[in-house]
Design a protein. Structure first.
Length: 298
């Protein structure tokens, strides 16, 4: 059965991933961890639950108790499971990074890329000024696509263009919602050589492009901005902008697909910084497991 194969594959992945195992080794040494229910089981169950369409930890715990008791006989209480999970959030970011790096060498054409960001909403417009969850990493920002203010994070991704399918993420990071997309992407652009990067207008910067072309033989290609006071674009600019938007459209589809499959954008029930990091990187890791075809979707 598909779910059994996926569950076993996930457990083996967690047990064999060097980044995760190094993290767990350090964690166990500092916390004197000797629980009957292992950290590997905690991580496996969360990844499995998300991959099976369960977006909340309590639903994953309830499903395990009701349907997988013979597989996980030492399952702790919900509170115990949730606490353990929140302590292991760093493993999901390591897993996401490892999956990305493992997939990249197989891509023969990797010099055309796209970049964009997606809001992770901890609180909507009405509570965006008063929310206090995870203040160290969250802030108030504006989502232009939804035309609303929110409190939370942004998930940023540079992906390699793959014609006819979703881009393959090359690098991903999170910032507070208020951060300017171009500003936080500058460090990532410094490692881009011999590359065309298709992006939204917010990434347009003449000086940055000049520097990248001279030092890295790379360029950021964005739709044409209207000049100050300009009412209409000329036909050539309009056609160029349409072409750029068409190339970068898959990164928007990529984020929309993750939102639909994992509900990653909706984080209003998260109550801590650690829980928020599990929410973001755990669900993003599952999306990468699907994209790399490690797991199969129905």
């Amino acid at each position: 059965m598909r779910w059994k194969e996926n569950l076993i594959r996930l457990y083996l992945l967690v047990c064999e991933d060097k980044g995760i195992q190094n993290y767990l080794k350090s964690y166990k040494q500092s916390h004197n961890q000797t629980a009957d229910f292992t950290d590997e089981e905690v991580l496996t169950l969360y990844l499995f639950g998300i991959s099976e369409g369960m977006s909340k930890v309590k639903h994953i715990h309830r499903y395990t108790r009701q349907h997988l008791q013979s597989w996980f006989p030492k399952l702790p209480s919900y509170q115990g499971f949730n606490d353990r999970l929140n302590n292991l959030g760093g493993c999901f970011e390591l897993l996401a990074g490892g999956l990305t790096q493992a997939a990249l060498p197989a891509l023969l054409f990797n010099k055309e890329k796209v970049i964009d960001s997606m809001p992770i909403m901890v609180a909507g417009n009405n509570r965006s000024s008063t929310a206090k969850v995870a203040k160290q990493i969250c802030s108030k920002g504006y989502c232009s696509s939804k035309q609303t203010y929110y409190y939370g994070l942004k998930l940023h991704t540079i992906g390699i263009v793959r014609p006819g399918t979703l881009p393959m993420p090359e690098a991903s990071w999170i910032t507070g919602a208020h951060e300017n997309d171009l500003t936080v992407a500058r460090p990532a652009f410094e490692s881009q050589y011999n590359t065309k990067i298709y992006a939204d207008k917010i990434y347009a910067d003449v000086d940055l492009n000049k520097t990248m072309m001279e030092k890295q033989n790379s360029v950021i290609i964005t739709p044409v901005k209207k000049a100050k006071g300009q009412i209409l674009k000329d036909a050539a600019d309009d056609l160029f902008s349409t072409a750029v938007s068409g190339i970068r459209q898959p990164i928007e589809s990529f984020f929309n697909w993750i939102i639909e499959k994992t509900h990653i954008q909706k984080a209003n029930r998260v109550r801590s910084e650690r829980g928020l990091l599990v929410h973001v990187w755990g669900k993003y890791a599952v999306a990468l497991l699907w994209i790399t075809k490690f797991l199969t979707l129905d």
